[in-house]
Design a protein around this ligand. Structure first.
Ligand SMILES: Nc1ncnc2c1ncn2[C@@H]1O[C@H](COP(=O)(O)OP(=O)(O)OP(=O)(O)O)[C@@H](O)[C@H]1O
Ligand SMILES: [Mg+2]
Length: 270
């Protein structure tokens, strides 16, 4: 039970960071909103209740007003769209948090809930949920997405795994200063019946003796790590009837994490 609780906290914590970034961004946008200009424009109009026509057609300031209002409409529309996009992103994160908690509460059954998914879109969601940190760490993301049809998949378990693998890759490269930091995400179909998703980095690599230990609950080599991430990823992979494997040529040689799950096409499931 304690192990489950720490896993929940760890995975919720990962996503909360992105909720926080979104809410900061929306707050900043609202604070600096161009909509404030409307007040000033209306004040000018209110100052001319009896000669508004003359004011708009002849006064130096008045003549500029319609053009200004038009620009305002464009700017406010754009602001609103940006805020909607950010809120949409935040909703996805909150939704994922709700699901992490719900999944863990019904852990005994651990049934996979599958739904039709475009895997490439899911990868983009996971990247967005890590976006703040990836930018901060100057990580370049390379996408090698095969043209995979819509499949049946467990969205939240997949997201959980991806968010953890992306976060680990980012940390593994944080000491790289002499070359660019590149993370490669690959999606492909193997042998017609496995969906394979991999996350590769060119960071610190893994020593051979740690290759299996990294999946143990509580194993960490990071000062601020907890060793919860890969353990919950490996469990989630098994719960989807798949598996998660790690490969590294050794310290300094980067690492490759590969998830394989059975490929269930949407039509097959219908
Ligand atoms: N991409 C990687 N490159 C090199 N080592 C890695 C990589 N991913 C994981 N590891 C090793 O596996 C260990 C366990 O990873 P895991 O995600 O379980 O825990 P953590 O990242 O240390 O802490 P947290 O619980 O916060 O995720 C890491 O401490 C690190 O030693
Ligand atoms: Mg981790």
């Amino acid at each position: 039970m304690a192990e489950i609780a720490t896993n929940v906290l760890h995975n919720v914590g990962n996503v909360l960071n992105s909720v926080n970034i979104s809410s900061d961004l929306i707050t900043r946008k609202l604070r600096n909103s161009k909509a404030q200009g409307l007040g000033k424009a209306m004040q000018l109009i209110n100052e001319h209740p009896d000669d508004l026509g003359t004011f708009l057609s002849e006064d130096a300031k008045g003549k500029l007003l319609p053009g200004y209002l038009n620009q305002l409409v464009v700017a406010i529309t754009q602001e609103q769209q940006e805020m909607l996009d950010e809120l949409n992103q935040m909703n996805k994160s909150v939704d994922h948090i709700k699901d992490i908690v719900a999944t863990q509460q019904s852990y005994a059954g651990a049934n996979s809930m599958t739904e039709p998914l475009f895997i490439n879109e899911l990868l983009e969601d996971a990247l967005r949920m890590n976006a703040g940190a990836l930018t901060r760490h100057h990580v370049t993301v390379v996408r090698e997405y095969a043209d995979v049809p819509q499949v049946m998949g467990d969205k939240h378990r997949l997201l959980l795994i991806l968010i953890n693998l992306i976060s680990n890759a980012k940390y593994a490269m944080s000491d790289l200063s002499n070359r660019p930091r590149t993370m490669t995400l690959t999606v492909r179909i193997v042998d017609d019946n496995f969906l394979e998703i991999s996350v590769k980095d060119d960071g610190e690599g893994i020593a051979p003796e740690n290759m299996t230990r990294i999946f143990a609950h509580g194993f960490t080599t990071r000062k601020e790590g907890h060793g919860f991430g890969l353990h919950s990823c490996a469990l989630a992979a098994i719960e989807m009837n798949g598996h998660l494997t790690a490969h590294s040529d050794g310290p300094g040689q980067g690492a490759l994490f590969t998830l394989q799950i059975p490929l269930i096409s949407v039509t097959e499931n219908a």
